[in-house]
Design a protein. Structure first.
Length: 171
């Protein structure tokens, strides 16, 4: 299930209120973005039980925060507070106030854009992340070419020229 969430073409947002330990953190890591309240606590305590994260934590965390930080967090089972999580890039934003409303507002920052093109951009990032730069640039060029072939790109460029907001139809 987490692999399917991670592979969605549309962005997903985890809202963290309280504790995100073990599988809860793995669920959050499978999302595209993570928003958290200042009171949130995150970590992988599995090592304290003679276990390791088993649903993508050992793979997604290093890609997000770097190998050294991820190794420390996984091998010590240390909990991080929301401030540290934001500082190291584990969460995208800290939210003061209503978490669900903040999540909806965050999603609105993307909802006016072309859904297929959002998926292409997300795919370019995901597919090329661990490749040499030149291979990543090739993937980006190929996906950019696909984006240029959408009806939404025609609408976006027309709107720019006409100095108006585009109305994308996800095509």
């Amino acid at each position: 299930m987490l692999a399917k969430l991670d592979q969605l073409s549309m962005p997903s947002i985890a809202l963290i209120n309280g504790y995100a330990f073990g599988g809860g953190l793995e669920l959050a890591l499978a999302c595209t973005f993570r928003l958290a309240l200042p009171s949130a606590k995150l970590g992988f305590p599995e090592i304290k039980l003679g276990l390791i994260p088993g649903y993508g934590g050992t793979q997604r965390l290093p890609r997000l925060v770097g190998e050294a930080r991820a190794t420390e967090l996984i091998l010590t089972g240390r909990t991080v507070d929301a401030d540290e999580a934001a500082r190291i890039g584990l969460v995208n934003r800290l939210v003061d106030g209503e978490l669900v409303e903040a999540g909806i507002a965050f999603a609105r920052e993307m909802t006016g854009y072309s859904l297929p093109v959002l998926g292409l951009a997300r795919d370019a990032i995901r597919r090329a992340l661990d490749l040499p730069l030149m291979e990543g640039l090739k993937i980006e060029a190929d996906l950019s070419t696909l984006a240029f072939q959408t009806e939404d790109s025609v609408e976006g460029m027309s709107a720019f020229i006409e100095k108006r907001k585009p109305v994308f139809k996800d095509g």
